[in-house]
Design a protein around this ligand. Structure first.
Ligand SMILES: Cc1cc2nc3c(=O)[nH]c(=O)nc-3n(C[C@H](O)[C@H](O)[C@H](O)COP(=O)(O)OP(=O)(O)OC[C@H]3O[C@@H](n4cnc5c(N)ncnc54)[C@H](O)[C@@H]3O)c2cc1C
Length: 450
């Protein structure tokens, strides 16, 4: 039998094995977990390339790690020692954009923001908007079920996909779902593939939904004396309006943003909340929520000028880079039922006080999904250990509140040890059974996600 690499070179179009080139494919954006060393990187250019790579890997019992843009935050695309990294970035064509059906058929390497731009030429938009939309791929977004700012109204990536074509670990090419608006035939395999983090199949095509560009738009910026008041106020907002985005930043994050940018938020504010509205009555909704904020002891400013709104949201987009500028970071991603947010915020604040680590908290407050971000000095091993301990304490506190250890970034290799605690052994056993059905040899991203 020829060696795996000989076999792979004759099967796939472009195979890279030079370690100086393959090293850059070893990890994603997560600092908190180890990464292995790949044996080879395949730059896939077609479904045939993907199928041939998976078949070769199966013959040699070698793991395959699918990779989009490598922007993930949970180590899900990190190399497993000796694996083949299957890079889908060159399969980046929009195959069809149908303004009447309001759908787009895309290859997995299409960048989220590029699809949105293409849709806007037809008066449409691609709604799912992770903060990484300028760099992350649709395949990666589907495989992590990425969220973003507009989930409060529009949901997550999985709510916008109708059909996925994928190569399973057994080498079969399947097309799940349907191109019809309604379809209830069989089990919903599309939903099963969404969020599977490359463990069940490698996506080679997807049919996604597009939405009309809204005609009205308004943005609200509000400051509050503390996070608790901010969270309570957001609950009042969502009972009288349907904001598309509601984003929170705590004092640590606000001060970091002010240090990094010239945006000039109120440095003394205990919390800043930014909200956007895109219903026909957007301006009225923003004014109404501004008056609720003021009545609750906050200060608020509303604008229906889109450029103004973009400038305000730039502060939120700067949150993570601003905290990163303070040191190494461990970015968490926890979700609770929105009414339990005050308890989660209290737990995070008490963990910061007890451990002495710096934690800046920001996130999608209307979804109950926060990103407490631990900042530490990477040169000090005690600081690193304290940061990791605080990270785990936040996950423990989330589980104690009946929450989820990942709202949108996924489990990857960062949080596998928490999965059984959250969902239970019986569900994890079912997940392994499903994996065996899709990937009988266990070659697709082994050890990740569950
Ligand atoms: C600055 C910044 C902001 C971010 N903001 C957000 C945010 O707001 N919301 C959010 O949810 N995430 C966010 N992320 C995280 C990340 O961008 C998302 O998880 C994104 O969906 C990953 O896409 P990717 O193309 O980079 O995938 P990768 O990181 O390459 O891969 C992620 C996972 O998907 C699998 N995968 C990739 N392509 C395929 C495919 N074709 N078939 C099967 N499996 C595949 C990989 O094996 C891996 O398990 C952010 C990241 C950064 C760096």
């Amino acid at each position: 039998m020829p060696s795996m690499l000989t076999d792979l070179r004759s099967a796939a179009t472009t195979v890279i094995t030079d370690p100086s080139a393959t090293t850059s494919y070893s990890r994603d954006q997560c600092l908190g977990v180890e990464a292995g060393v790949p044996a080879a990187v395949v730059l896939a250019r077609s479904t045939d390339d993907v199928a041939a790579t998976i078949a070769t890997a199966g013959r040699h019992g070698v793991p395959v790690v699918a990779r989009g843009s490598g922007s993930g935050l949970s180590g899900a695309a990190n190399a497993v020692d000796g694996c083949i990294i299957l890079d889908l970035g060159r399969m980046n064509h929009i195959l069809d954009l149908d303004p009447i059906a309001r759908t787009a058929r895309v290859q997995p390497g299409v960048i989220n923001g590029d699809l949105d731009l293409a849709a806007r030429r037809h008066g449409l938009r691609y709604v799912p908007d992770p903060g990484s939309r300028a760099i992350s791929s649709i395949g990666g977004n589907l495989a992590t079920n990425a969220g973003g700012m507009c989930c409060a109204k529009y949901g997550v990536t999985g709510d916008h996909v109708m059909s996925i074509t994928a190569v399973t670990g057994a080498g079969e090419i399947i097309t799940t779902g349907a191109s019809t608006r309604k379809n209830v035939v069989g089990l919903d395999l599309t939903r099963l593939l969404v969020g599977s983090e490359g463990t069940l199949a490698v996506f080679v095509e997807a049919l996604v939904r597009l939405h009309p560009v809204p005609t009205a738009f308004a943005t609200l910026a509000a400051t509050f004396p503390d996070v608790g008041t901010a969270v309570d106020t957001v609950a009042s907002w969502t009972s009288v309006s349907t904001p598309m985005a509601v984003e929170l930043m705590d004092r640590t994050t606000v001060q970091a943003v002010n240090r990094l940018t010239r945006i000039g938020l109120d440095d003394d504010a205990g919390a800043v909340v930014l909200a956007q509205f895109d219903d026909a009555d957007a301006a009225h909704a923003a004014e109404l929520c501004a008056s609720i904020a003021t009545a609750n002891g906050g200060e608020a400013y509303a604008s229906d000028d889109p450029a103004d709104g973009e400038a305000m949201m730039a502060a939120r987009r700067a949150a993570y880079p601003a905290l990163e500028a303070m040191g190494a970071t461990l970015l968490d991603d926890v979700a609770v039922a929105p009414h339990r947010l005050p308890e989660l915020v209290g737990a995070i604040e008490s963990i910061a006080r007890r451990t002495g680590v710096v934690i800046g908290t920001f996130g999608h407050v209307a979804d109950g999904n926060l990103h407490p971000t631990i900042v530490y000095d990477p040169r000090e091993s005690r600081a690193r250990d304290a940061a990791m301990a605080a990270f785990h304490d936040i996950l423990d506190a989330t589980l104690a509140l009946g929450g989820s250890v990942s709202g949108e970034h996924g489990v990857g290799s960062l949080k596998t040890s928490f999965v059984t605690r959250q969902v239970g052994a019986a569900e994890v056993a079912l997940m392994h059974g499903i994996k065996r059905a899709f990937d009988p040899l266990g070659i697709l991203n082994p050890g990740r996600a569950f």
